[in-house]
Design a protein around this ligand. Structure first.
Ligand SMILES: Nc1ncnc2c1ncn2[C@@H]1O[C@H](COP(=O)(O)OP(=O)(O)OP(=O)(O)O)[C@@H](O)[C@H]1O
Length: 246
């Protein structure tokens, strides 16, 4: 199993924010995590990435590719991460091409020239018609949708086996949302996708877990959950997804 979470609990003092929760993602699988605001989605993926804030306590077993979450050998190489705000992923003081070449050189010992070629290829793969220009650009000169595509390229630059994406399209306009989701769907080797919007998860994920108050209240094939939601929280999410983009 690529991701194996058993008995995860995240607590703040004596308040339990997440858990107990089990979650598994197989190699190549696409799993969605949906739930209303505050249901524990972000803390769950933070636990998978080994990045739960230090003021919180994590218990249970979280393993990625057989190693404890947060193990430095996993970063970029096994799991790439994409968040809502691409501004935090990109260095404003480095050109796009140089940023993309970083992980390729660090994780795969590519030469500077080979990393440069790979960065151009990655930008083309990410739908940029003019990879040379984008590689030379500073992040601030790109649109929000373009920046998020670069952030996706960066998350995938180390050729990880898993993409972890937390609300990757929430900050984008509808057209960019569709473009970024399409790329996530096409390029993620395996996917753990967080969204408050079941329609977003339905686009990319074959299996979905519904969270409420830090626990999984429903789980199953996305199509089956959409067609016949059982839990009231799931029903509300299905109704919201049918009502259109949020
Ligand atoms: N560092 C923290 N200290 C205390 N409580 C926290 C901390 N981080 C998150 N929480 C609380 O934990 C709960 C779960 O938060 P989390 O961010 O995982 O929810 P979420 O489902 O991702 O919500 P959203 O969709 O709003 O991002 C919330 O009640 C939140 O207020």
């Amino acid at each position: 199993m690529l991701v194996e979470v058993t008995g995860l609990a995240v607590t703040a003092g004596d308040r339990r924010l997440v858990g107990p929760l089990d979650l598994a993602v197989a190699e190549g699988e696409r799993v969605g995590l949906v739930g209303p605001s505050g249901s524990g989605k972000s803390l769950t993926v933070a636990a998978v990435l080994g990045e739960v804030p230090a003021d919180l306590r994590v218990s249970g077993a979280v393993r990625v590719a057989g190693r404890p979450a947060g193990d430095p050998s996993l970063r970029g190489r096994v799991a790439g991460a994409l968040f809502q705000d691409s501004a935090t992923a990109l260095d404003p003081l480095a050109r796009v091409g140089a940023q993309l070449a970083g992980p390729a050189r660090r994780l795969h010992a590519l030469t500077r020239a080979a990393a440069r070629v790979q960065a151009r290829e990655d930008l083309a793969r990410l739908g940029f018609a003019d990879p040379e220009d984008v590689a030379r650009a500073w992040p601030a000169t790109l649109s929000g949708g373009q920046r998020q595509r670069v952030a996706l390229a960066l998350a995938l630059a180390g050729r990880p086996r898993l993409l972890v994406a937390d609300e990757p399209t929430t900050a984008l306009d509808t057209v960019s949302q569709a473009a970024v989701l399409d790329l996530v769907d096409r390029l993620a080797p395996a996917l753990l996708l967080v969204s408050h919007d079941l329609a977003v998860v339905a686009r990319c994920c074959t299996r979905v877990l519904v969270l409420s108050d830090g626990r999984v209240v429903e789980e199953g094939a996305t199509a089956a959950v959409l067609a016949a939601p059982q839990h009231p929280v799931t029903r509300a999410l299905v109704a919201a997804a049918r009502a259109g983009p949020s």
